[in-house]
Design a protein around this ligand. Structure first.
Ligand code: AMP
Ligand code: MG
Length: 521
């Protein structure tokens, strides 16, 4: 029954709305509202994360296990005090006011045997005061995508929230998937996701925007006390303002590392609004995300963003900085030394640059990109990858394991379309690269190992996720299970799994869900 020690630190230590009024509305002056999940008709387990469950101290549920009722919001385990958090956010560059957990409900903060704490949150568990005009539910396709991708990211070594379970609710959820006035009923589902905390930049922004400065300070002290104890007031007397600026710098650093990883693996978040930015530097809120197939910095999977491309792959580092600047603005009332916050943003820039360089050096099998010509070597490669529609994942993986021209041919979407000039440019680049490797004075074996540890072979390609969704919708979770298994070891070649390490097939190029996704979820 998901038994454990549940803490209620967020609820007990911060101001909240205990009215029980579930009506969507503005809820000024609070960090959360106490809510109850809305029961669903039936709970059917589609995916269970055994290794995460083990860390949390949970056994795999039997088919009639009461735990399943907790995982869809039909029951609570002893000690759970569910709530929806209040936050705001900048959406697509504009302040959007109060948003909040409109369909996510935190069940409690589970205390693990080693003292660490994990928040358990149901996504799609029903309406809350923050649901605005929406139904509080989630459809199977988006829930499956969140489960699949967050676990793939974890295995890839990218900081992320996790997923414990995916359950069908036995209820239909009406969505106008293409926003074309043709709403349809789709199967509903609920993910139980897990993280040390789901606090976002937007949790701070709402208090600053509403001039709730005392609550802002209390939230920040809470976050520091429980998640960044290194910045808590100690015996040494450090001014609060200084501690806050140091904390902000740490958030900048974590965000930089997270985004550098995104760039390394070819992940595009798709909706980098400030309400989707974790204060812990975790990838959070998997919506219309996507994975680069052909390397294309301008690519975004999000159809809502197709015209502006604000959140395309290549913009992500800049957007994260912009979002951090919004967080800095929210902290202004608490930090006298404005320059210290500016230093944090500078630290983001420097950390991102250093991490990005390190990661791309490793992708190329180089110890570092420290020679004057290295920057050009990388820039030229990225230009070539883009110009000739080259699969990012397959190219980097192949470069470590195959002869250069062979790696290229396997990764090109139209190998026959390579004209003589492009071929010559590629040959020149491959020759320069071979020379650079030679100059490093390492064996190919050592280089290959470095590359294979940083260049995944298997990523949750958009069309693979869609195939798992199509099967699950028909009642077959086999393809999802197999895909999850393969993605658990993304850096190790697995026998019989070639299909998961293949270029996107042509039929998937423009198919909905495989190349473009709406925000409808
Ligand atoms: P997102 O763009 O998915 O991060 O969502 C932005 C805001 O809309 C958040 O406050 C969500 O909780 C809320 N939201 C999204 N979908 C729903 C839904 N189906 N029901 C209620 N709130 C929702
Ligand atoms: Mg969100």
């Amino acid at each position: 029954m998901l038994h454990g020690v549940y803490l209620d630190r967020f609820v007990a230590e911060l101001p909240g709305d205990h009215s029980g009024n579930g009506q969507p509305r503005a809820v000024p002056g609070v960090c959360y509202s106490l809510v109850q999940p809305t029961p669903v008709r039936a709970a059917r387990l589609l995916a269970w994360n055994a290794s995460l469950a083990q860390q949390l101290g949970f056994d795999a549920p039997a088919p009639d296990d009461p735990s399943l009722q907790v995982l869809v919001g039909n029951a609570l385990a002893p000690g759970m005090r569910p709530y929806a958090a209040r936050y705001g956010g900048h959406q697509f560059g504009n302040w959007a006011g109060q948003l909040g957990d409109g369909r996510a409900i935190t069940l409690g903060e589970l205390c693990l045997a080693d003292g660490r704490v994990r928040e358990l949150q149901l996504k799609g568990a029903g309406q809350t005061p923050y649901s605005r005009f929406a139904d509080g539910r989630a459809v199977l396709r988006s829930s499956l995508r969140e489960y699949l991708c967050s676990e793939a990211m974890h295995a890839l070594g990218v900081p992320t929230t996790r997923a414990l379970s995916l359950l069908a609710t036995g209820e239909g959820v009406v969505r106008d998937m293409f926003y074309d006035g043709r709403p349809e009923s789709e199967p509903g589902a609920i993910v139980c996701r897990v993280a040390p905390s789901f606090v976002r930049f937007g949790n701070f922004e709402i208090h600053a925007a509403e001039q709730e400065i005392d609550v802002l300070r209390r939230l920040l002290e809470w976050v520091i006390r429980h998640h960044f104890p290194q910045f808590a007031p100690g015996t040494e007397r450090i001014a609060d303002s200084r501690r806050y600026a140091d904390w902000f710098r740490e958030v900048c650093e974590r965000t930089a590392i997270m985004v550098a990883h995104w760039m390394r693996v070819g992940f595009v978040h798709g909706v980098m609004n400030t309400d989707n930015m974790s204060i812990l530097g975790l990838t959070i809120d998997y919506g219309p995300y996507g994975w680069l197939e052909g390397y294309e910095p301008g690519w975004t999977p999000n159809t809502t963003d197709a015209s502006g491309r604000r959140y395309c792959y290549g913009n992500q580092p800049q957007i994260a900085l912009w979002n951090l600047a919004r967080l800095a603005s929210a902290l202004l009332p608490l930090v006298e030394d404005k320059a210290a916050l500016q230093d944090g943003l500078e630290h983001y820039r420097a950390t991102f640059a250093a991490q990005h360089q390190l990661m791309f050096a490793a992708k190329l099998g180089l110890r570092s990109l420290d020679r004057p010509e290295d920057e050009v070597l990388l820039a030229d490669l990225l230009g070539l990858l883009q110009a000739s529609e080259t699969d990012m994942t397959l190219f980097f993986r192949g470069l470590g394991n195959l002869e250069g021209r062979e790696a290229l041919t396997l990764a090109l979407y139209s190998p026959d379309a390579l004209d003589a000039e492009q071929a010559a440019r590629w040959d020149a680049w491959l020759a320069r690269y071979a020379q650079r490797c030679e100059a490093q004075g390492e064996s190919n074996e050592v280089r290959r190992e470095r590359m294979n540890a940083h260049n995944p072979l298997y990523v949750p390609r958009n069309y693979l996720a869609q195939q798992a969704i199509d099967a699950a919708t028909q009642g077959d979770v086999g393809p999802l299970q197999t895909l999850l298994q393969v993605l658990e070891r993304p850096y190790s070649e697995q026998t019989g799994c070639d299909a998961y390490a293949a270029k996107r097939p042509e039929w998937a190029r423009h198919k909905a869900g495989c190349s473009a996704l709406s925000c409808s979820s």
